[in-house]
Write a new protein. Structure first.
Length: 285
């Protein structure tokens, strides 16, 4: 007889459990927290190299506000395995056309319906915006936080040169290694080669790879909100505006919510101001 660990017992008591999903060679945990009774569902999609565990406060705050919650690891990140390499690879199109639909199918099975809110952070915001443009997000309210288009023209001067340099480094390193050494380059973690080549090509060509597979006549989501954080070096307003234009979405510029660190990431240490804006926006629908 197997005895549950204290952590597993606490998770079960709180209504939390993990669904094991498969995307190609990757095992992907989808962590679901169900509240007693009938509530809307919020799905959170993480940033590049950021494990799902870093979103505990965001998920707890959503639960306090009356949401069932779900969060999935990006393939090969956090508790997802194996690590990206030559035999375990994926790209932007896999995230948009396979990962997000996989999560939504699992949540329909779990809850009998779809999320009311899909909140994507950085690459999570990029991919859910593209999925919305392709008509894959149903009636969910789509929100991106600290997410922008890859087009290098969203930056100016030295910053634009630095972004192009990063793109060339991603293209070169992934060809040699079969993965992207994000920890060594201080951008993300160990990332999939195709994903980062797609990222580099998007910067140089000014177009996400999945855009070429989305019909021009695709149905736009009913509404989307795209939050740009002042001082975010990875998603300046021009980049957020360009991303929002893919779905005719609304852009709002907000101050940092946490007094330390890079605002691109540090907002998850104080997510309440972001959720205040999101809930007000949803109420206005």
């Amino acid at each position: 007889m197997t005895t549950a660990t204290p952590v597993a017992a606490a998770a079960a008591a709180s209504g939390q459990h993990i669904r094991a999903l498969q995307l190609g060679r990757f095992h992907i945990p989808l962590t679901v927290h169900r509240l007693p009774g009938d509530h809307p569902l919020a799905l959170v999609l993480p940033a590049l190299g950021v494990p799902a565990s870093k979103y505990r406060l965001l998920l707890a705050t959503l639960a306090e506000r009356g949401y069932h919650t779900a969060i999935a690891e990006l393939p090969g990140t956090g508790d997802s395995h194996p690590q990206p390499g030559r035999q375990a690879d994926y790209g932007y199109s896999d995230l948009v056309f396979e990962w997000i639909p996989l999560l939504l199918r699992a949540l329909r099975t779990e809850f009998g319906g779809e999320p009311s809110l899909i909140l994507g952070h950085s690459i999570g915001g990029q991919t859910v915006t593209l999925a919305a443009r392709a008509g894959l997000t149903g009636n969910a309210h789509v929100v991106s936080v600290a997410a922008g288009h890859l087009d290098s023209r969203s930056w100016r001067g030295f910053k634009r040169a630095a972004v192009i340099g990063a793109a060339l480094a991603a293209l070169a390193s992934t060809r040699v290694l079969g993965y992207f050494p994000g920890k060594q380059l201080r951008f993300g973690g160990r990332e999939a080669a195709t994903l980062m080549r797609d990222w580099g090509k998007g910067i140089i060509r000014g177009r996400f790879v999945p855009e070429t597979h989305i019909p021009r006549a695709a149905v736009l989501p009913r509404r989307s909100l795209h939050l740009c954080i002042d001082g975010d070096p990875f998603a300046p307003r021009n980049a957020t505006q360009r991303l929002a234009e893919l779905v005719s979405g609304e852009v709002r510029r907000i101050p940092p919510t946490y007094h330390k660190g890079n605002p691109h990431l540090s907002w998850i240490k104080n997510p309440a101001p972001v959720l205040d804006i999101v809930e007000t926006w949803m109420t206005d629908d």
